[in-house]
Design a protein around this ligand. Structure first.
Ligand code: B12
Length: 457
């Protein structure tokens, strides 16, 4: 059996530090297969190359597995500071200086552009997609002295029962509990929707594959019992799958009295007050909504499959149930014109008692249809490298004018966030005041609504 050292390179704390769940799941699978594992979180270890080297030297690994979560922060206003691959490349150099063993890379960032990233960071092997079985297979192949292609993926998408539970490091859980107050968990993988900008189906497959609800609830109870967790974030691409698996999951949470607060990404479709009441009873305390665009034209161009009226009706149901919502809206995408921007901003005014995070432009990534659209629209040339951030901006909109329109419309409202750095600053202030969790929910006050009703407004 081998000794495998796992390293999470993610140092992003925007919007808050996120537990390296992918690394934990891969570590769990390797340990279950009989290997000795050690996990190293570069963020928790104060980004210290020296500590990394010391731990590598002490552990004497046969393999090092690097989990790569983010390429950049998908914010068109951002600088090179938020491009994370240079750090990953340096880490691979550090590892190789310390111990000349195969370095295997995986994780969502890697899986988006495997060839380019493996070449750039100089890893020996890469695994595209879910890692738990593929990495065990790779280690077995290399242990047997057989040839392994530089880039591989699992034989078939894993069924829900085959998806691993995370092997959590108590010290790391404490760190994330302390800094963000949140621990993350996955209940299913995949997304069947075909939103033109999105990489999720490319990363996780285009059908929902659900873990048994009992296993998810077991994980929740374990997080509560062993780690004192109080707040969870479900990392599912979309929590409210149209088939309704999520309803069975929340019913199981209620039946087993999990009693944890949780939050997740939702599609603003099919969320009635009755459904929301059930979710709330199971511990839902806030929803992040992938509304994505604010006019019917741009929603259709993004192929969202719902119109603004439908999103608004979900929003109103959430407000009626006093569930804080955040809408994420990207301006400047396909079909955007000055007119759709104005229409979108007028629509956003109806999203009362919610936070709206607006973005300018859409990061063009492989494994998403927006790449082809960008080439057809002449936004980029077919051979444009995408490893460094490149954004789609509609050729029919003046970007500066659009940004100014958003700024003007959001001016003076603390729950309207643009550019994204404004959100980061606000979150940092709240964090300094001791607030924890998703933080944006602190910007919403439902009692104001009650006061307004009382005053007859
Ligand atoms: C949930 C989520 C969030 C939530 C996280 C909430 C929380 N508390 O966890 C929030 C909204 C906060 C968020 C924020 C951000 N996110 Co995000 N997020 C996701 C999402 C939907 C799921 C990630 C996840 O946890 N999956 C569950 C774990 C178990 O899966 P996994 O990490 O992929 O691991 C599996 C495999 O990748 C593999 N694997 C992982 N590591 C390794 C290592 C080895 C060696 C091997 C072999 C395999 C392997 O095996 C694992 C098990 O099968 C993904 C999209 C997606 N569907 O993947 C985007 C995604 C990861 N996010 C992304 C980005 C950019 C960000 C932000 C930088 C942007 C922003 N400001 O919003 C921040 C950064 C946050 C941070 N501190 O790091 C990008 C990253 C790629 C890129 N474009 O750079 C993704 C891919 C979405 C996208 N745009 O394409 N995110």
């Amino acid at each position: 059996m081998s000794r495998v050292f796992l390293l999470s390179s993610n140092i992003s704390t925007d919007p808050y530090p996120v537990y390296p769940l992918g690394m934990a799941i891969v570590a769990g699978a390797l340990q279950q297969a009989g290997h000795t594992v050690q996990q190293f979180d570069f963020l928790v270890n104060e980004q210290s190359d020296q500590t990394l080297q010391q731990q590598l030297a002490a552990f004497q690994p046969d393999y090092v597995c690097l989990s790569l979560r983010n390429i950049d922060n998908v914010d068109s206003f951002s600088s090179d500071d938020n491009w994370y691959l240079a750090d990953a490349k340096r880490l691979v150099e550090t590892i190789k200086e310390q111990c000349p063993v195969p370095v295997v890379v995986g994780g969502p960032a890697f899986s988006i552009m495997p060839e380019e990233i493996r070449d750039y960071i100089q890893a020996d092997y890469g695994i595209v997609g879910e890692g738990e079985q593929a990495v065990v297979q790779l280690v077995a192949t290399l242990d047997a002295g057989e040839a392994q292609p530089p880039i591989s993926c699992g034989a078939a998408p894993l069924a829900g029962e085959q998806m691993g539970s995370p092997l959590l490091v108590p010290e790391y859980v404490d760190y994330y509990q302390h800094h963000s107050g949140l621990i993350n968990l996955q209940s299913k993988r995949g997304c069947p929707f075909k939103c033109v900008y999105c990489t999720y189906p490319g990363l996780e497959g285009s059908t929902f594959r659900c873990r048994p609800v009992e296993a998810v609830v077991d994980d929740m109870l374990r997080l509560k019992r062993d780690h004192g967790a109080t707040n969870l974030f479900f990392t599912d691409s979309i929590f409210n799958d149209p088939q309704g698996y999520y309803l069975g999951l929340v019913e199981e949470m209620i039946r087993r009295e999990v009693d944890l607060n949780w939050c997740a990404f939702f599609r603003p479709q099919g969320l009635s007050r009755e459904v929301l009441q059930l979710l709330k009873r199971s511990g839902l305390y806030a929803m992040e909504l992938g509304t994505d665009a604010a006019s019917d034209t741009t929603l259709a161009e993004l192929n969202k499959g719902f119109d603004f009226a439908e999103a608004l009706s979900c929003h109103q149901a959430a407000v009626a149930e006093k569930i804080p919502c955040a809408h994420f809206i990207m301006f400047g995408g396909p079909g955007e014109t000055a007119q759709t921007v104005a229409e979108g901003l007028a629509n956003i005014k109806q999203l009362d008692h919610s936070v709206v995070f607006a973005f300018s432009g859409i990061r063009i990534l492989p494994k998403s249809q927006i790449l082809e659209r960008a080439i057809v629209d002449g936004v980029i040339a077919a051979d444009t490298p995408l490893i460094k951030p490149v954004y789609y901006f509609s050729p029919h909109v003046d970007v500066e004018q659009m940004n100014q329109m958003i700024l003007d419309s959001f001016a003076g409202q603390r729950d309207r966030i643009f550019p994204p750095s404004v959100g980061q600053e606000k979150m940092a202030v709240m964090n300094n005041f001791g607030f924890k969790g998703i933080l944006w929910d602190q910007l919403i006050r439902f009692d104001t609504q009650r006061q307004r009703v009382r005053r007859g407004r």
